[in-house]
Design a protein around this ligand. Structure first.
Ligand SMILES: Nc1ncnc2c1ncn2[C@@H]1O[C@H](COP(=O)(O)OP(=O)(O)OP(=O)(O)O)[C@@H](O)[C@H]1O
Ligand SMILES: [Mg+2]
Length: 335
């Protein structure tokens, strides 16, 4: 693995006061034709790949420092779900959360996957014995007691998952109000004022994911731009409808995000078109490109915004976060 770039982006942002304007926000990342092509024409100064990347980093941090994102009227809670494995649920959860936090919004990621990938990616302690989502679900501790702050951003928090969570699906079966335990825990977290909460689900539709659907009015579905992208989506939608009918009438799929898009392949475009035909305007305009940097970042306990702020992956997650924040406030706003 390569070393992470030197110099955390946080102090770079103070140097960006006189920097060029950030990139126009309407540049469509979907029009990229190659994985190494920058998302907009680079200025004269950025005539080398490193220069271009530095330029993008400065623009990103400048845009983020402006903090122009609207705060939601009420807290927005998203379940990030797709029972298909490896489609980018965790990557999307941590990077969208980090992008929102970077733009001034208080954000929480609840790791509800025994793999603990979101906790790892955020650099959050999750060894066995760490207060975690497991103890919260079985009612031993409150959500507040399991909160940890990100080492990279003071507005970003995480409730980690430990391997103990692997037993929760079975333990929960015999518990009272087994599907609503996360919702109750979240409702009692009143003193933190989180603007956004993202619940990262395991690749299954068991009781953990059901708990997330009951706790969150909004569902965000990541779809990988690969073969069989829509496989299993029918089952996912039926589960969501069932939860909506019986347990959480406010539940809606509000957002779909295309991940691991490779502009060099016809397949990626084909999948993107199919997904847009299926989900219409729920699909974000921003598409997340396939990028080695994005996959490297969790190995350093960092989001892509901390690992390489100038990368295309960082740019695209920043764009995705802005789209999410600027769309209608979602069902939560009416609660
Ligand atoms: N845009 C991307 N470019 C390259 N690699 C990516 C990208 N997004 C995710 N990955 C990599 O793909 C793998 C799967 O991603 P991720 O863990 O986010 O999926 P997931 O849906 O959460 O998986 P699981 O179902 O196991 O929880 C990871 O190794 C991740 O680093
Ligand atoms: Mg995951």
């Amino acid at each position: 693995m390569t070393r992470p770039p030197a110099g955390p982006p946080r102090n770079v942002s103070r140097e960006t006061k006189g920097a060029p304007n950030p990139a126009p926000s309407d540049v469509s990342r979907e029009t990229w034709t190659g994985p190494d092509e920058p998302p907009w024409p680079d200025p004269v100064a950025a005539d080398t790949p490193i220069g271009a990347e530095a330029e993008r980093a400065v623009r990103l941090l400048h845009a983020a420092a402006k903090g122009s994102l609207p705060r939601p009227e009420r807290q927005r809670v998203f379940t990030i779900a797709n029972q298909k494995g490896g489609v980018g649920k965790t990557t999307t959860a941590v990077n969208v959360a980090a992008a929102l936090a970077l733009q001034g919004l208080n954000t929480l990621v609840i790791d509800l996957d025994p793999q603990g990938n979101a906790s790892t990616a955020l650099g959050i302690e999750h060894r066995p014995g760490t207060p975690s989502s497991y103890e919260v679900l079985i009612g031993e501790i409150s959500l507040r007691d399991a909160l940890q702050r990100s080492p990279h951003n003071e507005r970003l928090y995480c409730v980690p998952a430990t391997i103990d969570l692997a037993g929760a699906e079975i333990e929960l079966v015999s518990m009272v109000a087994r599907e609503g335990r996360l919702r109750s825990a979240l409702a009692s977290l009143t003193d933190y004022n989180f603007d956004y909460v993202f619940i990262d689900c395991p690749p299954s539709l068991g009781l953990l994911t059901i708990n997330a659907f009951v706790a969150a009015p909004e569902v965000l579905i990541p779809i990988q731009c690969e073969y069989y992208a829509l496989e299993g989506v029918g089952q996912l939608m039926r589960t969501i409808e069932m939860v909506k009918a019986h347990l959480n009438p406010q539940l809606e799929v509000t957002t779909v995000i295309l991940t691991m898009y490779d502009g060099r392949t016809k397949l990626a475009d084909q999948v993107a078109n199919d997904v847009r035909a299926h989900f219409g305007d729920k699909v974000l305009r921003t598409v997340i490109p396939r990028s080695v940097k994005v996959s490297e970042a969790p190995g350093y306990g960092m989001t892509i915004l901390d690992y390489d702020a100038g990368s295309r992956g960082a740019m695209s997650y920043l764009d995705a976060s802005r789209e999410i924040a600027e769309r209608r406030a979602g069902p939560t706003a009416n609660r």
